[in-house]
Design a protein around this ligand. Structure first.
Ligand code: FMN
Length: 168
C-alpha cells in the first residue's frame, strides 16, 4: 500500500485538518517479541515508519510530526536504550508523542508508561496518548504467565488506540 493511501482515506472521512502527517514508531522488544507485535499493529494503523531501538537514526526524528515510543517493561521501566535515546534528543517544540508497552502486570505497564511520558514531556513533547497490554512473561518462571498475550483482542485494542490518535 502506498504511504499516502490511508491519509487520503482519512481526509475523505473527516473535514478536520489531519495533524499527523508523518509518524515514527521506535520500539524495544527483546523478551518474546510481544511489544514488536503491538508496534506492528500501531505502525500499520498510522502508516508509520517502524524502527527498532537498535536502529535509531537521530536525524530521522526531526522529520516526523508524531513519535511513538514502545517497550516491554523491564524491571519496572521502558528499556534503558529508549531512555538514553530520549535523553540525547534535543529539546522539542510542537512535536507530539505517545507511549505504549507490554508487561507482565498491568499496574507495572501503567507505571512504566507514566515514567516514559514524564521523560518525553521534560523534553518538550506534547504527549497525546498511551497504551499498555499484557505480554507473555517468563521472567520469573519457565512456565510463565500471560500465555497467548498479546491476544487478538489486545491487538484490536492497540489498533483502536492508534486510530484514536488520528483525531487528536
Ligand atoms: C528481564 C525482565 C524484566 C521484567 N520486568 C518486569 C517488571 O518489572 N514488571 C512487569 O510487569 N513485567 C516485567 N517483565 C515482563 C515483560 O514486561 C513482558 O514479558 C513484556 O511483554 C516483554 O516484552 P517483549 O517480549 O517485547 O520484550 C520483565 C521481563 C524480563 C525479561
Amino acid at each position: 500500500m502506498s504511504r499516502s493511501a490511508p491519509l487520503d482515506i482519512f481526509f475523505k472521512q473527516s473535514r478536520k485538518e489531519c495533524i499527523f502527517l508523518n509518524t515514527l514508531l521506535i520500539y524495544h522488544s527483546e523478551h518474546h517479541g510481544n511489544t514488536e507485535k503491538v508496534a506492528q499493529v500501531i505502525a500499520s494503523a498510522l502508516n508509520a515508519k517502524l524502527v527498532s531501538s537498535r536502529d535509531i537514526d537521530f536525524d530521522d526524528v526531526s522529520t516526523y510530526d508524531l513519535v511513538g515510543i514502545g517497550s516491554g517493561v523491564y524491571y519496572g521501566h521502558f528499556h534503558q536504550d529508549l531512555f538514553r535515546f530520549i535523553d540525547r534528543l534535543p529539546s522539542q517544540i510542537r512535536r507530539k508523542a505517545f507511549v505504549f508497552s507490554t508487561t507482565g502486570s498491568k499496574s507495572y505497564g501503567e507505571r512504566a508508561n507514566s515514567s516514559a511520558k514524564l521523560k518525553l514531556k521534560d523534553k518538550g513533547f506534547d504527549v497525546v496518548g498511551e497504551f499498555t497490554c499484557l505480554g507473555f512473561d517468563t521472567a520469573l518462571s519457565t512456565e510463565g504467565i500471560n500465555r497467548g498475550r498479546p491476544s487478538a483482542e489486545d491487538l484490536n485494542a492497540a489498533e483502536t488506540f492508534a486510530r484514536s490518535l488520528m483525531g487528536k
